[in-house]
Design a protein. Structure first.
Length: 459
């Protein structure tokens, strides 16, 4: 589907969503009486807080979506205000943030504001349908109604966003939702009590209560922002380390990136937690860090067959990589272990410690597959990239020997597919990579490290 068609589809979806939202509040939820002065001032403050919260969202490690604390404000509105006013405030707050804060395109602004407004009005309807009236209390029925409202908002909000992304960018809707929102409920669950605190503060102290609560909420956001900045620094450290590897071995430019991409995709297909995926992805970036060692610098670029001493040196690189990564406190423990054991074989014939089967960290088993696949499907100084079917045959042959037999079919079928999942070498690759692609296919083939071979024999 062309970009123009996707853009038109998104515009049609946006218009339909806005009309649905407008018709819902106009036909079914117009209040019989207006707001008092107190409630009007409170609603204006809520709209301002919503716009402020949406203007400064946080990038959290729960996928690729930005989130803010605005959801807690919407849920407080559900408790305190008639559905018409709650949804209108959510719509206006988001509209202001997108127009003047993030400065998004008009279509995206209308889509975002409409889906938030519609999600809020659905949550309000569920809350009133269960509890029967507005307001905060300590009854069981209140907490049931509140929990149901939060759930409905979450389902509506996340799926509407996924549908919008599918229409605009051609993403698979289900895959996008799983990748970005499947673990989002954790955030919703932990932030829901903040909505209760907001509703309680406003009920007891009016606008003053909201403003008093805004300060500690801002400090929490600031503290979490510092935490995210620290994690960003760790990731930037990883990127720097990868660049150092590439400076020592120009051929490997892009290799660590591709291994990390394959590893993450396999993690997603296995539906691992975001925390596990993050650790495995970081380990994948750093898995060849040890190759910057001077003793290995010439060996990794050698075009001919390796000597026994050179093979021994190559087998040390997982240990060297892990020892270097261990110098960063965040990488100690699980990430370090994943790096150290990424050349352990399923049958125990790998290195450095000869671990076998489930004793090998799952992340190491995943990186081993990603590493071997990229090595076989990219051109090297000593050979051209191998045919995909030959690569698949090699993986099936060594499943249960070198590779985890449960991971191989998932990787081949879900990640690689018919070749659409292959991450290609860039056209501006380093000189050695260019030379490798134009070399004669008759050039001597060297066995890859480990067990998978590029010929009929395994090393």
């Amino acid at each position: 589907m062309s970009e123009e068609i996707r853009s038109r589809s998104f515009e049609v979806l946006t218009l339909a969503l806005f009309l649905t939202f407008a018709a819902t509040i106009a036909i079914g939820f117009v209040p019989s009486e207006g707001l008092s002065l107190r409630s009007s001032i409170g609603l204006a403050v809520f709209i301002s807080l919503t716009a402020l919260a949406e203007s400064f969202p946080l990038k959290v490690p729960l996928g690729n979506a930005f989130i803010g604390v605005s959801g807690t404000i919407y849920w407080a509105l559900v408790i305190l205000y008639h559905p018409f006013w709650a949804a209108s405030a959510a719509f206006l707050g988001f509209l202001i943030a997108d127009l003047f804060g993030r400065r998004s395109s008009p279509t995206k602004v209308l889509f975002n504001a409409s889906q938030v407004g519609l999600s809020t009005i659905l949550a309000s309807f569920i809350f009133l349908a269960i509890k029967g009236s507005l307001g905060l209390d300590a009854s069981v029925i209140f907490f049931v109604a509140f929990a149901a409202a939060v759930l409905v908002y979450w389902v509506s909000n996340t799926w509407l966003v996924a549908i919008g992304v599918g229409a605009l960018y051609g993403e698979n809707i289900t895959n996008f939702w799983n990748r970005n929102f499947r673990w989002y409920w954790i955030y919703e669950l932990t932030s829901a009590p903040i909505a209760l605190a907001i509703a309680f503060a406003y009920s007891r102290l009016d606008v003053v209560g909201l403003l008093l609560l805004a300060l500690p909420t801002l400090m929490v956001r600031l503290a979490y922002s510092q935490y995210l900045n620290l994690k960003k620094t760790y990731r930037e450290t990883v990127r720097t380390m990868v660049k150092i590897i590439e400076m020592h071995d120009p051929y490997t430019a892009g290799h660590s990136d591709r291994v990390a991409i394959y590893s993450r995709r396999l993690c997603e297909e296995m539906r691992l937690s975001p925390r596990s995926m993050e650790k495995i992805e970081l380990a994948a970036f750093l898995h060849d860090l040890g190759k910057i060692h001077l003793d290995l610098a010439g060996v990794v670029r050698k075009a001919g067959k390796l000597t026994e001493e050179e093979r021994r040196l190559i087998r040390l690189h997982p240990v060297m990589s892990a020892d270097l990564a261990n110098q960063v406190s965040y990488f100690k423990g699980e990430i370090e272990a994943i790096i150290r054991h990424h050349h352990e074989n399923w049958d125990g014939s790998g290195y450095p410690h000869g671990l076998k089967e489930s004793a090998i960290p799952l992340g190491s088993r995943i990186i081993l597959i990603a590493d071997a696949f990229d090595a076989m499907t990219t051109s090297r100084v000593y050979r051209n990239a191998l045919d995909l079917e030959l690569v698949k045959d090699e993986f099936r042959k060594f499943a249960g020997v070198q590779f985890d037999p449960k991971l191989v079919p998932v990787f081949l079928d879900k990640v690689v597919g018919d070749g659409e999942g292959i991450v290609r070498q860039p056209v501006d690759e380093p000189l050695e990579g260019q030379r490798a692609r134009v070399m004669s296919p008759e050039i001597q083939v060297r066995h890859m490290p480990g067990r998978v071979a590029t010929t009929s024999n395994a090393t």
